[in-house]
Design a binder for this molecule. Structure first.
Ligand code: NAD
Length: 248
């Protein structure tokens, strides 16, 4: 493993950035930390809501047993996210879509901040907290346009209760999004893993697919993760400080 302090960007990485043709970036909650969106893990802490660990409140079984509570949690999260703006990490990643011949951004985040920074075609592996999905007909609606006082919100098409359009613990990823991400990861020559604890599967498997295909693997995270050992370069520090340095 090649671990560097963030001000010391290895020349080999700069050279890879110059020559890369197909770049794949996987982001996690850490990329939004400097925007003020709390992560679930990191810094020795794990998120808790009303005494419930996030794996419980953000679970498929909670949707079945207590949908109103799930909405309360997501209303709280959207309240936090709504006050946040993209940071230099989101902005750098958005610029990269013009920089490389082929560029793919897959995110585990549900906050919409990559799109707000200008990224297009973001593969949202875990959905989007701003959307609701009908439990019966699958109709999707933007929560910014729904009445706040009806919880759970009701589908405009069929009147059935809706749930947040996010992938909760114990649920499958949206198939088409997942297939696209897996294909792009397996065909990239440079792969960045930014701000993810790399323990939530199947998303955490994407960098392994990239490495298996021979890609150069770079991790950006202030803390070590299970992925660190196999990375070609590990840049320890905050994504909002490190990624802009790669644009110099
Ligand atoms: P995580 O909470 O498990 O891990 C966050 C990681 O970010 C940690 O490894 C931490 O060391 C790192 N980190 C903290 N500050 C950073 C910074 N400034 N720059 C770079 N890295 C930093 O997040 P995860 O791996 O994405 O997985 C948890 C799940 O939680 C995902 O499914 C995700 O959808 C969800 N989640 C999303 C958001 C969001 O949308 N912003 C926020 C919290 C959790």
């Amino acid at each position: 493993m090649n671990t560097r302090q963030h001000r010391n960007i290895p020349e080999e990485l700069r050279e890879r950035l110059r020559s890369a043709r197909r770049v794949f970036v996987l982001t996690g909650a850490g990329v939004s930390a400097e925007s003020g969106v709390p992560t679930f893990r990191g810094g020795g802490h794990t998120a808790v809501w009303k005494g419930m660990p996030f794996e419980v409140i953000s679970s498929a079984s909670m949707v079945r047993s207590n949908l109103p509570e799930v909405w309360e949690w997501f209303d709280y999260r959207r309240g936090r996210i709504g006050e946040c703006r993209p940071n230099p990490a989101h902005e750098t990643i958005a610029r990269w879509q013009e920089r490389f011949e082929s560029f793919t951004l897959a995110t585990q985040n549900v906050d919409g901040l990559h799109a707000a920074a200008g990224s297009r075609g973001v593969l949202e592996l875990h959905g989007n907290a701003w959307r609701a999905r009908c439990l019966k007909c699958g109709n999707r609606e933007d929560m910014r346009e729904k009445q706040r006082d009806v919880r759970p919100p009701l589908c405009a098409e069929c009147g059935t209760q809706m749930r947040p359009d996010v992938v909760l613990f114990g649920e499958m990823l949206p198939e088409r999004v997942w297939i696209s991400a897996a294909e792009r990861a397996a065909h990239c020559d440079l792969c960045f893993v930014v701000g993810t604890s790399a323990i939530v599967y199947p998303a955490a498997g994407l960098p392994y697919a990239a490495a298996e295909a021979g890609a150069f693997l770079v991790e950006v995270n202030p803390e070590p993760t299970p992925l660190s050992e196999m990375c070609d370069v590990t840049l320890r520090g905050a994504a909002g400080e490190i990624l802009p340095l790669l644009d110099d």
